[in-house]
Design a protein around this ligand. Structure first.
Ligand SMILES: NC(=O)c1ccc[n+]([C@@H]2O[C@H](COP(=O)([O-])OP(=O)(O)OC[C@H]3O[C@@H](n4cnc5c(N)ncnc54)[C@H](O)[C@@H]3O)[C@@H](O)[C@H]2O)c1
Length: 248
């Protein structure tokens, strides 16, 4: 990374984790951010909730499953700030619950389009710019669901496993270009993604986390590490931050 200002792009910035990451990066010194989400309303809420802006904040509505949208977000970063140092591909959806044979083709396609194609599009949009700079850090939000089996959540588990593998392959493909690609695998932290789940389902999830359920704020340290110079020798990794969920 250069000693110039740092530019961070975040997708899914309107969500619970996206808002927390936006607060973190917008509050860091010498950092400008471009925040995007498919929901204008969610994006606006995130921007209104930024307590401290030490750099500039740009926003753009973008659907990560559409390559043109993601390219437009990167183009905005380039137009406004002239570089892209960190891309956080964070947008994701939890598919409707159901056993594999009961889930519809639409359920499968939607989950793959957002969770997998969304991450692929982030890499495709960021790589040309980062290759030209000879530096960059791409951080994909995966999940412990990509490492363990959750009954009735096959599309989510399969897509998050794909994201972990995507980060590894991209790490190998782009290491010589100075681009690092890693992912974070959170355990369960309460967010909009869990809206509508019955309390007993939440309690059951909590019981499986030795440290209890997390909060989005518990994740930011991993993203800060992967975005910063302290992780210059870290690529292709899947950093698990899960309150001990995957330990047993
Ligand atoms: N909450 C958890 O327990 C948990 C655990 C592990 C991983 N994750 C992952 O963390 C990430 C953030 O999830 P969250 O819990 O903050 O959920 P959230 O629902 O609060 O945030 C997700 C955001 O992504 C946006 N989004 C959805 N589809 C999109 C699309 N096509 N294009 C652009 N934006 C889109 C939504 O509008 C929302 O603002 C997701 O990738 C999720 O899979 C969450």
């Amino acid at each position: 990374m250069s000693d110039a200002r740092r530019v961070v792009v975040i997708t899914g910035a309107g969500g619970t984790l996206g808002a927390e990451l936006s607060r973190q990066f917008a509050g860091e010194p010498d950092t400008d951010v471009v925040l995007s989400d498919v929901s204008d309303r969610a994006l606006e809420a995130t921007v209104n909730g930024l307590p401290e802006r030490r750099g500039s904040v740009e926003t753009l509505r973008a659907d990560v499953s559409e390559i043109a949208d993601v390219e437009a977000v990167v183009a905005l970063a380039m137009e406004r700030f002239g570089r892209l140092d960190v891309l956080v591909s964070n947008a994701g959806v939890l598919a409707p619950n159901g056993r594999i044979h009961n889930l519809s083709t639409e359920d499968w396609e939607r989950t793959f389009r957002v969770n997998v194609l969304g991450a692929v599009n982030g890499i495709r949009a960021a790589v040309p710019v980062m290759r030209a700079q000879k530096s960059g850090s791409i951080i994909l939000t995966a999940s412990v669901a990509g490492l363990t089996a959750w009954s009735h959540a096959a599309p989510y588990c399969a897509t998050k496993a794909a994201v972990i593998q995507l980060a590894k392959v991209a790490a190998v493909e782009y290491a010589r270009d100075g681009i690092r690609v890693n992912c974070v695998c959170p355990g369960t932290f309460l967010s909009a993604i869990h809206e509508g789940l019955p309390q007993e389902a939440i309690d059951a999830m909590a019981a499986k986390h030795p440290l209890g359920l997390g909060h989005a704020a518990d994740l930011v340290g991993a993203y800060s590490y992967l975005a910063g110079d302290g992780s210059l020798w870290t690529t292709g990794s899947a950093i698990v931050v899960d309150g001990g969920y995957a330990a047993p």
